[in-house]
Design a protein around this ligand. Structure first.
Ligand code: FAD
Length: 430
């Protein structure tokens, strides 16, 4: 049988894949298995989902909007989300992709405050790994969570809610999947809003280093892309609320008049509309359209979240990686992420600059360069993204999370036998 690979094809999953057709079936699998992990849409790049036993995909319980644009696949059949008009909170099956949730919310005049670069990922997979978009005022996607429905180790259900569990919910959102199977998520939504995105470039990386705060503040969401092949940042993507107008230029760089892909030279057909054309936030804040392939496909991603006060140093460290990354880097994206309260969020209590590398899909050559990336960002307190690869020192990383002990207590309470703990969780959390 063909091994089950990550979306990018950079590694095979360990574990026996099961697709329960109902919550009862899922509960049964969990109760009967010694080791369990959940699998989302497989957009992670590391061993976070690996299981010594069952690998449970809740895809058959995911909601799929009738107008779904994510293409033919097996994510079907789950119950409709439920929107509470009084609170604006929406309950959604956890394996639902953001693209489908966004369509459902649009039908009701609502949306989410932010999105990742792609809407193809599952809500649960994004929440538990602290997936983020960009924006100095925008925290991780998990910050919208007001409730979580967990299937615990014995197959029973446990609902955590902000109103009843308070701080504990901050421990349970970015959980790396270590507390149980998340089968439902309740999210705070906002009234639908329109965004326009305009791409500028090129501009000197040295200029961006000096003016990073000003450039980051130019929009609701700002992303800077560089290949480090020359002295320039090739493009800066500014996403503003539709009624705010667009800057004339960014550090002297004019708005581009034709669409571009973040990776120079790649066909931009799969990118969301640019050129300042306003549209729903869900169709502008992600860089990639739901119906197309995001990014490069054949790639490996590595990312460090560096405390915001070290942003300039992080950009200088990035520039210093130009030579070691030559021939390996497809593109680097620099974003801003606001602070949040989740215990295991890299942005816990501190805003960060996110330095993301899209590397070629060459496992050995990428592994060889990762220690240099760690050496560049570790002295700045950089935390590796939970869904991507790194050669970070686990002891260093464990020391960066002040609520780690509280998280381990919560894991012992909710999962006394540590059924949901795998090598990934042991390595990074304990
Ligand atoms: C092209 C591309 C672009 C990306 N862009 C961004 C970006 O803009 N910002 C960003 O921060 N990240 C980004 N990522 C990374 C991605 O968001 C994360 O890796 C995310 O975890 C992927 O979600 P998934 O549904 O594919 O989860 P998977 O990769 O399938 O699983 C990830 C983790 O979630 C756990 N999990 C999944 N479902 C459940 C569940 N129901 N219950 C409990 N645990 C569960 C798994 O066990 C595993 O530990 C990108 C990845 C790709 C491939």
């Amino acid at each position: 049988m063909e091994p089950l690979l990550t979306w990018a094809g950079n590694r095979a999953y360990a574990g026996t894949l099961v697709h329960p057709g109902s919550l009862d079936e899922a509960a049964d699998v969990v109760a009967r298995s010694r080791h369990v992990r959940a699998l989302g849409s497989r957009h992670g790049f590391n061993d976070a989902a690996d299981s010594q036993g069952a690998l449970v995909s809740l895809d058959r319980l995911a909601y799929r909007h009738p107008g779904s644009r994510t293409g033919p696949d097996d994510l079907t059949g789950g119950p409709e989300p439920r929107l509470d008009p009084a609170t604006g909170h929406v309950w959604v099956p956890a394996a639902t992709r953001y693209a489908d949730l966004a369509l459902f919310l649009a039908d009701h005049g609502r949306t989410l405050p932010n999105f990742a670069s792609l809407p193809h990922i599952t809500v649960a997979g994004a929440v538990v790994t602290a997936t983020h978009g960009s924006g100095t005022g925008n925290p991780v996607l998990a910050a919208s969570v007001v409730g979580l429905d967990l299937l615990l180790a014995d197959g029973t259900e446990r609902r955590l809610h902000r109103d009843t569990d308070g701080d504990v919910l901050d421990g349970a959102t970015v959980s790396l999947g270590a507390l149980g199977l998340v089968h439902g998520v309740t999210l705070a939504t906002v009234p639908a809003f329109d965004v326009a995105q305009t791409v500028y470039g090129p501009l000197p990386l040295a200029g961006l280093v000096e003016a990073f705060d000003e450039v980051s503040a130019l929009g609701y969401s700002v992303s800077c892309f560089t290949t480090l092949r020359g002295p320039d940042v090739e493009t800066v993507w500014v996403k503003r609320l539709a009624d705010e107008g667009m800057p004339e230029e960014v550090l002297g760089a004019k708005a581009l008049t034709s669409p571009v892909h973040p990776i120079p030279g790649v066909d931009p057909a799969n990118c969301t509309p640019q050129g300042g054309v306003p549209g729903p936030a869900a169709d502008r804040l992600p860089h990639f359209r739901a119906e197309g392939m995001p990014s490069a496909g054949a790639e490996i991603q590595c990312e460090y979240l560096v405390p915001r006060e070290e942003a300039r140093a992080a950009l200088r460290a990035l520039a210093g990686l130009a030579r070691p990354l030559a021939g390996l880097l497809q593109v680097c994206e620099v974003r801003s992420v606001a602070a949040d309260r989740a215990w295991l969020s890299p942005m816990h209590d501190q805003p960060c600059v996110a330095v993301h590398l899209t590397l070629v899909r060459d496992v050995e050559r990428v592994a060889a360069v990762l220690p240099l990336v760690e050496a560049a960002f570790a002295p700045l307190g950089g935390r590796p993204h939970w869904g991507k690869v790194s050669a970070a020192d686990p002891a260093r990383v464990r020391g960066l999370y002040p609520r780690r002990a509280d998280f381990l207590d919560l894991a012992r309470t909710l999962d006394p036998g540590r059924k949901f703990t795998n090598a990934f969780v042991r390595r990074w959390v304990g």
